[in-house]
Design a protein around this ligand. Structure first.
Ligand code: HEC
Ligand code: HEC
Length: 394
């Protein structure tokens, strides 16, 4: 069979048999659009009975093109890599193509000599997912898919150069910038820089210098194999993937593109539809407060338990940025101080594009959630599984 053609047919949602597994439409519906609900790509809309598909039911192709069930990250391998260059869908991804990776003798500028190490490092560093072992059947699926892709594709290794110096930034070409943006950055940031699963950046208030640095050196700072990174979950673009001239065009576009409107909120009910009302005042937790830490997007303020089903946010600040941002319930790890979400954590609507400046808001608990079970709250970025700020009640 012609694997590539088949895969792109699959991305369009055609039901086919691949390597003995029946894969149907529901496996691909969430492709790159899953900013909201973090289980959307694994649910079968046809049955009316959402079923989470276990990892072993995915074929290797699905592991490349879809989100993995063992992480809350929105990334797929295909967010950052195509199989061939140019990619048949004419997008230009930040990472190099990996269609012949199976044949390569070394990876990541020579730091790794086995494919699984390279893939595990991407899973861990970019997708916040645990490492696979050599014998993991899920890895075996992906490996045989990559092996299939590599047939007749040669074995040349690739390299990447992370540029840590900044040139003088001059105005670029708006149209060229839009074109590059919408064939690359849009994979995550959405067409014209709005409504993607990554933050809306049209009309960004960042300086051209900051945007340049973001594109060239984004990624966690402490990873040896990528020297010079300056933080973030977005992957850097190496010199092999974007030129300085193209970056300047893109910056000109981003700065001038039309921004999304942010609504400043003073007081608001942020409860989910169908939340509890008119509950009693019997809980011993009534009166407890917490103070949100400030981790990102200017989150701060306090939360107060006012009755058996209502939490009040006071002096609350949040810049309205992010993707899908919810008030989450959970607990604070006593060892790491990190927020750990509870099993059914979301208690609010999406706070995206609602800016709070010393504001107040009400969150009434959804049916079935008991105030006595809530130890801590976080302002939580759902697709990336990160806390923008959290605190524990006392
Ligand atoms: C958020 C972006 C991102 C995601 C998601 C991601 N990678 Fe990567 N990957 C990179 C970057 C950046 C590099 C290093 C630069 C390069 O090779 O272009 C890399 C390098 C690699 C390499 C080494 C290439 C070489 O020969 O040096 C392989 C193989 C690879 N990735 C496979 C995968 C697979 C398979 C997945 C899915 C499980 C995946 N990656 C997910 C960003 C990502
Ligand atoms: C593979 C997904 C992906 C691609 C492709 C991507 N980004 Fe990002 N970008 C992100 C994510 C996720 C964030 C938020 C987390 C972070 O700051 O690292 C982000 C953040 C940013 C920010 C900072 C936003 C802020 O307000 O702090 C800028 C600017 C940005 N990206 C620009 C770009 C540009 C320009 C391109 C194309 C050249 C691009 N990105 C391509 C995923 C991506």
């Amino acid at each position: 069979m012609a694997p590539l053609k088949l895969i792109y047919a699959l991305k369009k949602g055609i039901t086919m048999k691949v390597t003995g597994l029946l894969l149907s439409l529901f496996l691909v519906v969430g492709f790159l659009q899953n900013c909201g609900d973090d289980s959307s790509s694994r649910e079968a809309p046809t049955t009316g009975q959402p079923t989470v598909i276990a990892m072993t039911d995915f074929s290797g192709a699905m592991l490349f093109f879809n989100r993995h069930t063992d992480t809350v990250s929105s990334y797929t391998c295909n967010s950052c890599h195509s199989l061939t260059d140019p990619d048949p869908d004419s997008m230009h991804r930040p990472g190099n193509p990996v269609g012949n990776a199976f044949n390569r003798a070394s990876f990541k500028n020579g730091d790794f000599t086995s494919l699984i190490q390279a893939v595990n490092s991407c899973r861990e560093e970019w997708m916040t997912a645990p490492q696979w072992s050599e014998n993991d059947p899920v890895w075996k699926e992906l490996e045989s898919f990559l092996q299939e892709q590599a047939e007749d594709q040669g074995s040349q290794t690739i390299s990447y150069s992370i540029k840590t110096t900044t040139p003088t930034i001059v105005d670029g070409d708006m149209d060229a910038g839009r074109e590059f943006f919408n064939s690359s950055c849009s994979i995550c940031h959405g067409t014209n820089g709005v409504n993607g699963f990554a933050p809306s950046i049209a009309g960004s208030s960042l300086t051209p210098q900051q945007i340049y640095t973001k594109i060239r050196t984004s990624g966690q700072e402490d990873i040896d194999i990528y020297p010079g990174l300056t933080g973030g979950r977005m992957p850097f673009y190496s010199e092999e993937r974007i030129t300085d001239t193209q970056i300047m065009d893109v910056i000109t576009f981003v700065k001038n593109a039309e921004a999304m409107e942010t609504v400043i909120v003073d007081s608001k009910d942020l409860s989910l539809a169908g939340a509890q009302t008119n509950c009693g005042s019997t809980s011993s937790k009534i009166g407890q407060t917490l103070s949100f830490s400030t981790l990102s997007h200017r989150v701060s303020g306090i939360a107060r338990i006012v009755d058996d089903c209502t939490i009040q946010l006071e002096d609350f600040n949040f810049d309205g940025g992010g993707v899908d941002i919810r008030v989450y319930t959970g607990s604070i790890s006593s060892s790491s101080g990190r927020f750990e979400e509870s099993s059914n954590p979301s208690i609010s609507v999406n706070l995206l594009n609602q800016e709070f400046v010393n504001g107040n808001a009400t969150v009434r608990l959804p049916a079935g959630v008991n105030i006595n079970d809530i130890d801590a709250l976080s302002i939580w970025c759902v697709p990336f599984g990160i806390s923008f700020g959290h605190g524990g009640f006392n």
